[in-house]
Design a binder for this molecule. Structure first.
Ligand SMILES: [Zn+2]
Length: 86
């Protein structure tokens, strides 16, 4: 949240500097967006429903195996569920 507030103020102040400031402001906006949303898009953090170990989860994958207990876990709508294979 601090990144959004201070970054926005910084970007607005940079806009008062002609040309160079505008480019810096644009870079600042991208930096804020990356800091705010960048990691959330690539990785989620969830806990394994079988062993409750906290795991980094790639939201692009549908199914993965827990490295701790080897349970097969399905990724769906931001939550993790166990897939029973038998
Ligand atoms: Zn597990």
């Amino acid at each position: 949240m601090n990144w959004i507030i201070f970054g926005t103020i910084g970007a607005i102040l940079l806009c008062f500097i002609p040309v160079l400031g505008w480019f810096l402001a644009l870079g600042m906006v991208f930096a804020i967006l990356y800091k705010t949303f960048g990691f959330r898009d690539t990785f989620l953090v969830g806990s394994c429903p079988a062993c409750t170990k906290t795991l980094p989860v790639d939201p692009k994958t549908d199914v993965f195996a827990c490295p701790v207990c080897n349970s097969v876990i399905a990724v769906g709508e931001g939550r993790l569920t166990i897939v029973k294979l038998d």
